[in-house]
Design a protein around this ligand. Structure first.
Ligand code: SF4
Length: 690
């Protein structure tokens, strides 16, 4: 800790950069005097914060905070304060009644990518051991699952950046496909110093700072990657010695992209051939280069194949596993990386193990003190789980921790209807989010600077979240809540202490892909983070896991041939425009936290629809007018923002407010079960027009 600071050295509550910050309360200065200042010692931000980080203290002291459990006396009655015993008794009784009537799988759990590693781990264990349900998944399915599946398939391991973030500064060229980091995580930009190529349908803040902007049509990222790969191979940029020494499967990929000549890629994507060639030239002639994907390329019904094609391009250029070069994905949520490693996914056990792997089941069951045969198998993926709620054969009860699906799920109007059909909805949150407002029982929980725990940032660096302040009276931590509930359900032995849970997580992860066995709180503090895998306490951690070999059976990365397919929903006469969604600087995810911070609300007060001037002229609208946007799934109204930054055929809407995701398409990727958030067909009109 800097001698200038007396506060706790911790990390931002929001995104996956996990910027280091001090949180300080002046002694005797009252509740409002909490300050946030940036840390210099954390490589991700090196003393920088964005607006969200600078204003995060208001989350701790603002009036929007829940400080007492709430429950309804009857389904259509108001939420009223109750005691903790009453609230937890209601949850336990409701769970028991549903499971006795409908079976164990009739109660489901929905987690979040912002939960600490300890909470993500304990939630998975709670579902499988205390509830004995297979029905658990989390909102990271909406965020990271396509890149995770593609990286696992190619490299045998999914770690967002398989190199320290500081390596990026040495990359002479960077292709960023579908990421707007200048807005979503501004301190990240300081690490991009080479020629930047941005692939995005919009001229975003990031695209404006790029050497080259590939302004592709929404939903055509896969065609773009295939076209770039074709050029790389046919125009002499393929790194043949690297391909021979470190990969398998190249010939199949060479054959599969043979017909993706540049003119075809231009016709599908709208990106001029000259720009495609220039992008490959920049990447192919750089001594060091990196390809990064973000949600723009990943949140599609073909997201896994799209990321695979970008990985194939990186492998053809000889980038992954080479010092200063590589492929990485930009994890979004605060613990988007750790959140997908410890068992809150439908198909997964701790250590990034598959739940259908018998050896993994035996190992984890041993740590949990249960019979492996007692562990449920895989459950439904996030959207499929939400879609099944309250249906015959679907869950009748749902426990939500750290998520707000009423705002963040695709086809959210339908999802809200499914939540309303439940017999029991329980939400643990720090504010009354849109989802909490629908609950039968609301449990007020602690937040970032009020708790200990670990977060794993987008580099795979495990970080320490230190408690800076005592939580307000009446609030409990999620670990304590899970321990209390488990005991009420006849499964004692769940600890509410983060350190105890982390030690158990280390044992459960030992030998897995994400091996935390050698990581301790003391080490993290002493080393300002430890990169997994770290299988023993004397292991240095693994900042660059692919340098010598890939963690595949033969040590080689795998090329995988993939085919193009169009968006699940194309534009037509009835719905003639593409809708694409994304984030703005001053808001974060579903906005449950940031919409309650005054300065952020002033900067970004509500939803808007960005329209091309040509479309605006046809509609007769100007910036500031209201427009109504409709898809086959729902409608919403927003303020028009007329801008030449958007394509003439596309509308952009940020998704931080309820209503926008009523429009989006839940068509799922067949492998990752990622919904197609990033493109659907819509029509738009003035609200008063017929
Ligand atoms: Fe850093 Fe992200 Fe927090 Fe902004 S929101 S301060 S970029 S961690």
């Amino acid at each position: 800790m800097s001698p200038a600071h007396v506060g706790a050295a911790t990390h931002c509550p929001y995104c996956a950069l996990q910027c280091g910050m001090y949180v300080t309360r002046e002694p005797g200065a009252g509740d409002g005097a909490v300050t946030v200042t940036p840390r210099q010692d954390v490589p991700a931000n090196e003393g920088a914060l964005c607006q969200k980080g600078w204003t995060a203290a208001e989350l701790l002291t603002g009036g929007a905070r829940l400080t007492t459990p709430l429950a309804r006396e009857r389904r259509d009655g108001p939420l009223v304060p109750v005691t903790w015993d009453d609230a937890l008794d209601r949850v336990a009784a409701g769970v028991r009644a549903i499971q006795e009537r409908h079976g164990a799988d009739a109660v489901a759990v929905f987690g979040g990518g912002g939960l600490t590693n300890e909470k993500a781990y304990q939630l998975g264990k709670f579902a499988r051991v205390a509830l004995r349900t297979s029905q658990i998944d989390y909102n990271g399915r909406f965020c990271m699952s396509s890149a995770a599946a593609a990286a696992g398939r190619a490299f045998g391991m999914d770690r967002g950046l398989p190199f320290p973030i500081t390596d990026l500064a040495g990359a002479e060229a960077v292709l960023l496909a579908g990421g707007n980091v200048a807005e979503t995580m501004p301190p990240f930009m300081r690490h991009l110093r080479g020629a930047l190529i941005v692939a995005d349908p919009r001229e975003t803040r990031t695209a404006r700072r790029a050497a080259l902007h590939l302004r592709l049509a929404p939903g055509t990222d896969l065609a773009l990657a295939l076209g770039l790969l074709h050029i790389a191979i046919t125009e002499g940029y393929a790194d043949e010695p690297y391909i021979a020494a470190r990969t398998t499967g190249f010939e199949a990929v060479r054959a599969s992209v043979a017909t993706w000549w540049p003119e075809r890629a231009e016709r599908v994507t709208g990106v001029p051939v000259a720009d495609l060639r220039e992008a490959v030239r920049l990447l192919g002639t750089a001594r060091t280069a990196v390809i990064l994907t973000g949600r723009g390329a990943e949140q599609h019904a073909k997201g896994v194949d799209t990321v695979t094609a970008f990985i194939d391009l990186a492998l053809a250029l000889g980038l992954p596993g080479r010092a200063g070069s590589g492929y990485g994905c930009l994890t979004g949520q605060g613990n988007g990386q750790g959140g997908r490693e410890h068992g809150q996914k439908a198909d997964q056990l701790p250590g990034y193990r598959r739940i259908d792997d018998q050896a993994a089941r035996a190992h984890v069951a041993r740590v949990w003190g249960v019979d492996p045969a007692e562990l449920p198998g895989p459950g439904r993926s996030a959207y499929e789980l939400l879609d099944a709620l309250g249906t015959p054969g679907g869950p009748k009860g749902l426990l939500v921790f750290g998520s707000n699906p009423v705002v963040s799920a695709p086809r959210s109007g339908h999802v809200a209807g499914r939540l309303a059909a439940l017999d029991l909805l329980v939400v643990s949150d720090l504010v009354l989010s849109e989802t909490a407002a629908m609950a039968d029982v609301v449990l007020p929980t602690t937040q970032w600077a009020e708790e200990h725990g670990t977060m794993t940032n987008l580099e795979g660096r495990v970080l320490l979240r230190r408690q800076a302040l005592a939580p307000p009276p009446g609030v409990r931590g999620d670990l304590e809540i899970l321990a209390d509930l488990a005991a009420r359900l006849g499964r004692p032995g769940f600890s509410g202490d983060a350190g105890v849970v982390f030690d158990e997580l280390r044992r459960a992860s030992a030998g897995g892909i994400a091996d935390y066995a050698g990581i301790t709180y003391e080490r993290i503090a002493a080393e300002t983070g430890v990169f997994w895998p770290a299988p023993s306490e004397d292991h240095p951690g693994t900042p660059r896991p692919f340098l010598d070999r890939f963690p595949t059976p033969d040590g080689r990365a795998r090329f995988v041939p993939v085919d193009y397919r169009p968006p699940a929903e194309e534009v037509d006469d009835d719905y003639p425009y593409y809708l694409t969604t994304g984030r703005v600087l001053a808001q974060y995810q579903s906005g449950a936290q940031t919409r309650r911070i005054h300065a952020l609300n002033d900067a970004a007060p509500g939803p808007y629809a960005e329209l091309h001037p040509g479309l605006a002229a046809r509609l007769g609208v100007s910036t500031g007018d209201m427009v109504r946007v409709e898809s086959r799934r729902g409608a919403t109204e927003a303020v028009a923002r007329v801008s030449a930054a958007i394509r003439h055929d596309t509308i952009f809407m940020p998704f931080h407010w309820e209503g926008v995701n009523r429009l989006t398409n839940p068509a799922l990727d067949p492998v990752s079960r990622m919904p197609e958030f990033k493109v659907c067909a819509v029509r738009v009109r003035r609200p008063d027009a017929p």
